[in-house]
Design a binder for this molecule. Structure first.
Ligand SMILES: [Zn+2]
Ligand SMILES: [Zn+2]
Length: 189
């Protein structure tokens, strides 16, 4: 279960971090075509992270595996709706970084845009799931797969992590469960 430690960072390099123990077993590669992932990228002016059919490449794992090592003051959070997914980005250069649920769910989807290209695909493995495929993407030949297995894997990781302080650690929420920065609410679209 060792995996490899992969560094990631924003485009301008001010914010940096590391995800420990990256492997196909310790996480899941997923491509998401939902409108909210697209809206997040577009609101930040980071459309370039989307693939030609509007997909976002994500590696899902436990937040405890992720550490922000530099430039934490540039971390910002955006929510598309008051109760929506917490979408984290670097506000120095508007690089989308990660998605999380609330503080109790041991889940983070890290956006591959922040990683160095190259060894990443080899370390994370190929996408095991393609989800929320839009009509447009389907027309372009994108096929949905693996949603059930993906959900099962998120829950499996969550419960397997148990309730130890070590796995509860997350760079996105403080000990009282509040986000480390106040999320901005996106303008209504
Ligand atoms: Zn930056
Ligand atoms: Zn999505």
């Amino acid at each position: 279960m060792a995996g490899r430690d992969l560094t990631f960072g924003c485009a301008c390099g001010k914010l940096r971090g590391v995800v420990r123990g990256v492997s196909p077993r310790n996480g899941a590669r997923v491509d998401c075509y939902c409108k909210d992932c697209q809206a997040f990228a577009r609101l930040l002016g980071a459309d370039h992270i989307l693939d030609e059919n509007g997909g976002t490449a994500i590696y899902q794992t436990l937040p405890a595996r992720l550490e922000l090592t530099e430039g934490v003051k540039n971390l910002a959070c955006l929510r598309l709706t008051p109760k929506g997914t917490y979408r984290w980005y670097a506000n120095c250069c508007n690089t989308p970084l990660a998605n999380t649920g609330g503080p109790k769910l041991r889940f983070v989807g890290t956006l591959l845009a922040g990683y160095k290209p190259g060894e990443m695909a080899q370390v994370m493995g190929p996408p095991t799931a393609v989800v929320n495929v839009s009509a447009e993407a389907a027309e372009a030949g994108v096929k949905a797969r693996g949603m059930a297995a993906l959900t099962a894997k998120i829950l499996w990781r969550h419960f397997k992590a148990g309730f130890s302080a070590q796995t509860r650690r997350t760079p996105f929420f403080d000990a009282t469960g509040h986000p480390v920065v106040t999320p901005e609410l996106a303008p209504r679209r």
